[in-house]
Design a protein around this ligand. Structure first.
Ligand code: SF4
Length: 370
């Protein structure tokens, strides 16, 4: 195999030459990639079935002219990072945790990326001085209990640079948990080797959250990359984006969630797709997402089930969006009575009677009334 065969596909002509894009699309795709960077590493390309026009890996990473269709309701910063950026590389939205974003590059660019306006830009990557300033910010905020390395993909950093960041965080007494969000184990699994895994072994617990959306991403190489981390005791969780035509059926989602769980990766979040620019072709409705979750609850072990969440546009954070199984009965006389829906959709009344007053609660009430 020639050396060029190992280079990631980046330009529309590369995708055309690889048989992933029809030649007549090339011009439109030049406009797409001017706005939203593209890359598809060789390792990931090998898992694409060229005979399948709806290949779920190709659909996630091959640029598409539909991305030029930008709707008025779409945002440049869909989850509202900017207002919570006190210093370059830090997003501090909640008191006890923050995001540290050392790089804004990824080995492969998801076509629905929620940070697509920022990723791919080398200028967003922190210099050594900027990184030191970001670490200082964390040192000066003792309320920060958890640091989430995100980006971009932090696993793209050199082992030496990643180790220096993890060691600096490990040395901060108030930082009790380090979390790393990555797609590298599925899109570029050869990056993970025993030396790399050693970088993650520090006294402060390091959790790795794998972004994975379809069972086809879990190649043998990806499975072995994840196993190397699990085998040394790194807890793995997953986050999945719900995507139209890729994983929005119970069959595909069930396969994905079962396989992740079998690989010792606990499904953590199912993200409702964000209102990122040029991504409407990927979006499902919330009603469709809730129906999918309801079907899955009756079908698969609770261990496999993620929380279905929405990142509220404007930076208001993530909330679970159901489905809701419990509703007040609606009868004013029975304010402690609920209607509960079971997994078959049947409704039941839950009426535990008046709650006995807990002594602590009575204490609080009497203090309040003083
Ligand atoms: S891995 Fe994450 S940051 Fe990178 S392109 Fe995909 S969604 Fe965006």
């Amino acid at each position: 195999m020639g050396k060029s065969m190992n280079r990631p596909l980046r330009h529309p002509k590369d995708f055309v030459q690889a048989g992933l894009v029809a030649p007549e699309w090339e011009t439109a795709l030049e406009q797409v990639t001017e706005n939203f960077v593209a890359a598809l590493p060789d390792e990931l390309r090998s898992s694409i079935d060229l005979s399948n026009p709806d290949d779920p890996v190709a659909k996630q990473f091959v640029p598409d002219p539909q991305e030029l269709h930008i709707l008025p309701e779409e945002y440049e910063d869909p989850i509202g990072d900017n207002p919570f950026t006190p210093i370059k590389g830090i997003t501090h939205r909640y008191p006890d945790r923050l995001l540290l974003k050392p790089v804004h590059v990824c080995p492969a660019y998801c076509r629905f990326c929620f940070r697509r306006e920022k990723v791919g830009s080398g200028s967003e990557t922190l210099t050594s001085q900027e990184m030191e300033a970001a670490l200082d910010y964390i040192r000066q905020h003792p309320e920060v209990w958890e640091v989430i390395l995100s980006g971009g993909d932090p696993f793209l950093l050199s082992k030496r640079r990643l180790a220096s960041i993890i060691e600096a965080l490990d040395a901060m007494e108030h930082v009790e948990v380090i979390r790393i969000h990555t797609r590298v184990p599925v899109v570029s699994p050869s990056t993970i080797d025993m030396d790399f895994v050693q970088v993650l072994k520090v006294p402060t617990p390091v959790y790795v959250i794998l972004h994975c959306n379809h069972p086809q991403e879990l190649s043998n190489a990806a499975q072995s990359a994840c196993a190397q981390m699990s085998d040394v005791g790194i807890p793995l969780l997953s986050q999945t984006v719900l995507l139209r035509g890729i994983n929005d059926t119970p069959e595909v989602m069930e396969r994905l969630l079962r396989q992740l769980t079998r690989l010792r990766i606990k499904p953590y979040y199912l993200h409702h797709p964000d209102l990122a620019q040029g991504t409407s072709h990927f979006r499902v409705s919330i009603a469709e997402g809730q129906a999918l979750m309801q079907t899955l609850r009756g079908r698969i072990s609770g261990l496999c089930l993620p929380t279905y969440i929405l990142d509220i546009p404007g930076g208001y954070g993530k909330v679970p969006i159901g489905p809701n199984y419990l509703l007040p009965s609606g009868e004013p006389a029975n304010h402690n009575t609920y209607l509960v829906t079971d997994v078959q959709g049947r409704q039941h009344t839950y009426s535990p009677g008046a709650s006995p007053k807990h002594p602590c609660f009575s204490d609080l009430q009497s203090k309040d009334s003083k």
